[in-house]
Structure formats: structure tokens, C-alpha cells
Design a protein around this ligand. Structure first.
Ligand code: ZN
Length: 137
């Protein structure tokens, strides 16, 4: 893994949360992006080399809706940038980590992503992400 690419925070309402985190960080989000396949609306704040991703559910079956139902708003996942997501998925699976998807999916921000089950990672939902290169598209 290369670096912390972003930290995901589950929130109930994106516009209220954008205002709150704008005040907290002293700067505004730089983009909003819907990921239909995951049932989420996201907004991103650039914090130096890393980013904060706010996640709002767009439908009741969304993983974010379920998370907030169980745990309330708050820290949701840590995303790590990897150079080759398929190789990293293979390596982690061989190490005994449980992947939540067998093949990479398209996430926000032009990334291929894969989540690891928090049961296998000390209770932390871990996201792997790799920039989508032309040959992956
Ligand atoms: Zn994320």
C-alpha cells in the first residue's frame, strides 16, 4: 500500500455536512459525485496529500444507510492507494484477509476499489483504491 488516499465519513445529509466540514476545515469541498452502484452521494475535501470523503446514502439499502442505522454518523472507512489493485487483492487474500468483492469495482473519483471485511482488519473497514488507467477502462 502506498499512502492513505482518503478517509470516509458517513453522514446523514450532504449539504448540512458540507457546511459543517467547511467550517471545521476552513475550506470548501471541491467536488460532489454520485456513485449509483453503491447508493451514495459523496463530496471530497482536499487535505494536503489526502482527502476526506463524506458519504450520504441515496437509498435505504445503501451500505451507508445501514451503517448509520447501526452506528450513527461517523468514521466509516480508510482508503489506501495501491499501484495494482488486482495484485494487492491477491496478496491480501493469500494473507487471510476477507475481501468484500472478488473483482475491483468502480468507485468515486476515477478509482477501482475493493473493500476488506472489518472482521479481518481489526474492526476497520479498509478500502483499496487504484487510479483507473486507460487500459482498465
Ligand atoms: Zn472511499
Amino acid at each position: 500500500m502506498i499512502k492513505v488516499e482518503h478517509i470516509g465519513i458517513a453522514i446523514k445529509g450532504l449539504s448540512e455536512a458540507n457546511e459543517l466540514f467547511h467550517k471545521l476545515f476552513g475550506k470548501a469541498h471541491y467536488k460532489i459525485e454520485e456513485v449509483g452502484s453503491e447508493g451514495v452521494n459523496t463530496s471530497f475535501f482536499q487535505m494536503g496529500e489526502t482527502k476526506i470523503e463524506l458519504l450520504e446514502a441515496t437509498r435505504p439499502e445503501s451500505p451507508i444507510a445501514k451503517f448509520i442505522e447501526k452506528k450513527g454518523e461517523g468514521l466509516h472507512h480508510i482508503a489506501f492507494e495501491v499501484a495494482d489493485i488486482r495484485a494487492e487483492m491477491q496478496r491480501l487474500q493469500a494473507e487471510g484477509f476477507q475481501l468484500l468483492n472478488e473483482t475491483p469495482k468502480c468507485g468515486a473519483d476515477n478509482k477501482l476499489i475493493c473493500f476488506l471485511h472489518p472482521k479481518s482488519t481489526g474492526g476497520v473497514l479498509v478500502e483499496l483504491c487504484q487510479e483507473i488507467k486507460p487500459q482498465d477502462a
